[in-house]
Design a protein around this ligand. Structure first.
Ligand SMILES: NS(=O)(=O)c1c(F)c(F)c(SCCc2ccc(C(=O)O)cc2)c(F)c1NC1CCCCCCC1
Ligand SMILES: [Zn+2]
Length: 257
């Protein structure tokens, strides 16, 4: 990868000195004020294709010091809900600690326990690195994770490997599974806005989709997520979320009323 960036969630102030876009006016994450969201009936249901992977397709799972990343094959494609076709790059998670929740986006000021991001790039560009510098270059699907009663079998496919990658830089291979199971069954109800990567370089090139339906994990699964990984100073990797950013006049669209 790009090697370990020296930024951290502790010194957010320096992000914009080292990465100018981080001080821009279309930054993410944001708080979604549902009363201010504009119902947009032409927002189509999100459609996923190729998300169901056979077990013999091995995927790389890595602790990169800031999150756990599952690399995804480009065969996973977003075909509905966006004007252009996007293909998957990777998915990763944001979480809190035993002291509090760690989603990046908030809804009416409410922070959820955790949040998944599935990162895609616009296939009109030759590569992800080319796409990520263009305003329509990236599409990230986000969903909130909450604690429910039963075990979530899809999240188990990732969480059961966390103990193998406790240290920064460690990676392991995960058998393929139905990646769509990590996202809500109802892909019609979502918020949509133009924003950025929530980590340096903070490029303002992301069309965000935040689903209204949340994902339920067991209490044990959520505590595995918040207490398995370490950072490069051997502390627990926790609360890896950026504070919400100012909308600066941006509108948030809703696919539902
Ligand atoms: N919410 S988000 O999508 O902005 C996001 C984060 F908030 C993230 F925190 C991250 S992880 C931090 C960036 C990073 C660091 C090291 C390595 C490596 O060693 O391979 C890779 C990446 C992270 F990877 C991503 N997504 C990345 C954005 C960073 C650069 C391009 C990689 C794909 C999308
Ligand atoms: Zn993210």
């Amino acid at each position: 990868g790009k090697g370990h960036s020296h930024w951290s969630y502790e010194d957010l102030k320096h992000w914009s000195t080292d990465y100018s876009d981080c001080g821009g006016t279309k930054q993410s994450p944001i708080n979604v004020d549902t009363a201010q969201a504009t119902f947009s009936p032409d927002l189509r249901p999100i459609q996923l294709s190729g998300y169901s992977l056979p077990a013999n397709k091995q995927l790389k799972l890595k602790n990169n010091g800031h999150t756990v990343v599952l690399e995804l094959p480009e065969s996973l494609a977003l075909t509905g809900g966006y004007a252009q076709q996007y293909r998957a790059v990777q998915l990763h998670l944001h979480w809190g600690s035993p002291l509090g929740p760690g989603s990046e986006h908030t809804i009416n000021g409410r922070r959820f326990p955790a949040e998944i991001h599935v990162v895609h790039y616009n296939t009109k560009y030759d590569s992800f690195t080319e796409a990520m510098v263009h305003p329509d270059g990236l599409a990230v699907l986000g969903a909130f994770l909450e604690v429910g009663h039963g075990e979530n079998q899809y999240y188990h496919e990732i969480l059961k490997h966390l103990f193998e990658i406790q240290e920064v830089g460690q990676e392991t291979l995960v058998p393929g599974f139905n990646i769509a199971g990590l996202l809500p069954a109802n892909l019609k109800l979502y918020f949509h806005y133009n924003g950025s990567l929530t980590t340096p370089p903070c490029y303002q090139t992301v069309k965000w989709t935040i689903f209204n339906q949340t994902m339920l994990l067991s209490h044990n699964q959520m505590s595995m997520l918040v207490s398995s990984l370490r950072t490069d100073d051997d502390k627990l990797l926790q609360s890896n979320y950026r504070p919400v950013q100012n909308l600066h006049g941006r509108r948030v669209l809703a696919s539902f009323q």
